[in-house]
Design a protein around this ligand. Structure first.
Ligand code: HEM
Length: 223
């Protein structure tokens, strides 16, 4: 059988890759800083993580083709068919199964960050920037959930790493390399993504950084 000729094409844009690897580093850093009671860094890195999460969500609406939620979020049936090796029309980007992992990972990180914003005790140690907006009892409950929810965040990350490893070592489909270089070998018939719309990226960065700064300042009234 003749092999289909391939060439490297762009499949992941730079903002998406930078955000993705920052998530990896920041979740590890949030764990480390919490375990070692480094609250000064825990809260500041948490604000950076909040900005990146907001950026990733905005980028899911205005980014390049493979970053768009409308392009990669598919039905559970499509994910199941993909798992059974059926053709689901998927070419590049997140496969229908990976799409659920992306949504779940963004969801659990967002939930953890939100609880962290209200966590802590003003009479005893560090507090998140929105702690004063809720009662001490509510903050106490959220702090307990925040501490326990770490295991959900780490569990989701572990599942994701296991799935990616299975693709790499069992199915011989390297998902990590393209997430680093942005490129992947594909047949001539498959088209790569468009150039990064840097104007839209600048707007997304300004909105997400502005929002995180506003939250960091305790969400003061805007008027
Ligand atoms: C993925 C993100 C995060 C992870 C994995 C994480 C992890 C943790 C863990 C495990 C604890 C409990 C430590 C313990 O009591 O043993 C904790 C506490 C806390 N976190 Fe986070 N956190 C995250 C995001 C945030 C964010 C965004 C903020 C605020 C900006 C924040 C603020 C706090 C505060 C104030 C406490 C309580 C400190 C205390 O008990 O004095 N966290 N975090």
């Amino acid at each position: 059988m003749a092999l289909t000729p391939t060439r490297p094409i762009k499949v992941w844009d730079l903002p998406l890759r930078l955000t993705k690897w920052s998530f990896v580093g920041l979740v590890a850093a949030m764990w480390y800083t919490a375990e070692n009671s480094l609250w000064y860094w825990h809260t500041r890195l948490g604000a950076v993580l909040l900005a990146l999460l907001i950026f990733r969500i905005i980028w899911g609406f205005i980014g390049t083709r493979t970053a768009l939620f409308s392009q990669f979020v598919r039905s559970p049936r499509a994910a199941f068919n993909h798992l059974r090796g059926k053709d689901t029309g998927f070419t590049i980007g997140h496969n229908p199964l990976g799409a659920f992992a992306v949504l779940a990972l963004i969801g659990v990180m967002l939930a953890q960050v939100t609880m962290g914003l209200f966590a802590g005790d003003p009479y005893d140690g560090a507090t998140g920037p929105l702690n004063s907006l809720v009662s001490v009892m509510t903050a106490d409950t959220l702090t307990d959930w925040h501490a326990d929810f770490l295991w959900v965040v780490l569990g989701m990350a572990a599942l994701h790493i296991i799935a990616v490893s299975i693709y790499s070592f069992v199915k011989l489909d390297d998902l990590v390399g393209p997430m680093i270089t942005g490129k992947r070998e594909e047949p001539e018939s498959v088209e790569g993504i468009e150039a990064v719309p840097w104007g839209r990226a600048a707007i997304a960065i300004a909105v997400s950084a502005g929002f995180a700064l506003w939250v960091w300042l305790g969400a003061p009234p805007l008027t």
